[in-house]
Design a protein around this ligand. Structure first.
Ligand code: ATP
Length: 327
């Protein structure tokens, strides 16, 4: 493989806190190792359009603490086509770019993998998504920050819930996985946690809420992941509980996109800095089609196809802990 002299970096798919810290790390590692670095705006869309900007160590001043992504993110339909990817390749070559680092989720990695297979173009992925649903890493960038955001929001909801003896259903992100719901639920002291991986069943939910009331609790919080298996959304759950357990005054709160925003936590900043360094180093070692992840606090590289196809599992111990805490 030819020596890598110019590396591009971009963010793709849903944004997550920590993406800026990862961009900063890639740019500064390139500067440190005397490799040119180019930022691509708007993900694959910008790659197709040649929306590039040369980046040096000073281009990324004062962004480590910022949520979102200074390079913007996008979803590109055109990059899903061979024609679109051909345009992207021409743009990269015209700019003299030898390799790229994509910060995003499994869709973004799929695009990178296909591009690598078609053009033998070196690519490395950094997992940036709040859902923590990527195989090959215990933590994705943004997950820790999102947990803190959710816990802080629920703490506030709890204040009003306990002042009025209310039951709150709080919907959090997680269509396919319940990592946010389970972790934030334990952290915020939720009464019940409904996740896609487990079907608690409506009868058990009602029973649990009844017991909770009888045991003298004045308020309750139930965390519901978007993809929970009860077959009911939070508003339908509210109606169901009001009908079957009229002792409760029920309210709903959908946290929505606020979960993606905000300054990254220290953990996410450190993780992003470490992953950025490793991603650049991996490319310079001549490696490609890998994702940087973290396991047992050590950085590891996972083949990108495994990262895409593999599934993360919910930690059963957390479910047990949550059950015990709601005695
Ligand atoms: P999130 O976790 O937020 O959904 P993601 O990276 O999985 O992030 P996607 O929208 O699935 O987000 O993918 C981002 C972009 O990656 C797409 O808009 C598209 O440009 C590219 N991409 C996804 N799948 C493919 C594919 N099969 N072929 C080529 N490009 C793809």
């Amino acid at each position: 493989m030819a020596k890598i002299q110019k590396i591009a970096v971009f963010t793709s798919g849903g944004d997550s806190p920590g993406m800026n810290a990862a961009i900063r790390s890639v740019v500064r590692t390139c500067a440190y190792l005397e490799v040119d670095c180019v930022g691509i705006y708007h993900g694959y869309e910008g790659m197709i359009e040649g929306n590039f900007k040369a980046m040096d160590a000073r281009s990324v001043n004062n962004i480590i603490n910022k949520g979102g992504t200074i390079l913007k993110s996008a979803r590109s339909v055109e990059f899903r086509t061979a024609e679109g990817r051909k345009k992207a390749y021409k743009q990269l070559k015209a700019e003299g770019i030898d390799a790229f680092i994509v910060i995003g989720g499994d869709g973004s990695f799929t695009g990178a993998m296909i591009f690598n297979q078609e053009y033998n173009f070196p690519v490395i992925g950094i997992p940036g998504t709040i859902d923590n649903d990527i195989f090959g890493t215990t933590f994705t960038l943004g997950f820790d920050t999102a947990l803190n955001t959710v816990v802080e929001a629920i703490d506030k909801i709890r204040d009003t819930a306990s002042s009025h003896n209310r039951l709150f259903f709080v919907e959090v992100m997680g269509r396919d996985v319940g990592h946010i719901a389970l972790n934030a639920g334990i952290g915020a002291g939720a009464e019940e946690i409904l996740i896609p991986e487990e079907n608690l069943g409506l009868d058990r939910l009602i029973e649990s809420l009844r017991r909770s009331k009888e045991s003298g609790k004045s308020s309750s919080i139930v965390i519901v992941a978007e993809g929970d298996k009860t077959g009911k959304n939070v508003f339908e759950l509210k109606e169901y509980v009001e009908k079957h357990l009229p002792i409760y005054d029920v309210r709903v709160s959908v946290l929505g996109h606020m979960q993606r925003g905000g300054a990254p936590s220290c953990y996410d900043r450190v993780l992003a800095s470490r992953m950025g360094v490793r991603a650049v180093e991996a490319l310079l070692e001549g490696r490609t089609s890998l994702m940087v992840g973290i396991q047992d606090n050590k950085l590891i590289l996972t083949p990108i196809d495994k990262a895409i196809k593999g599934h993360t599992k919910i930690d059963k111990e957390l479910i047990r802990v949550s059950d015990i805490m709601t005695v």
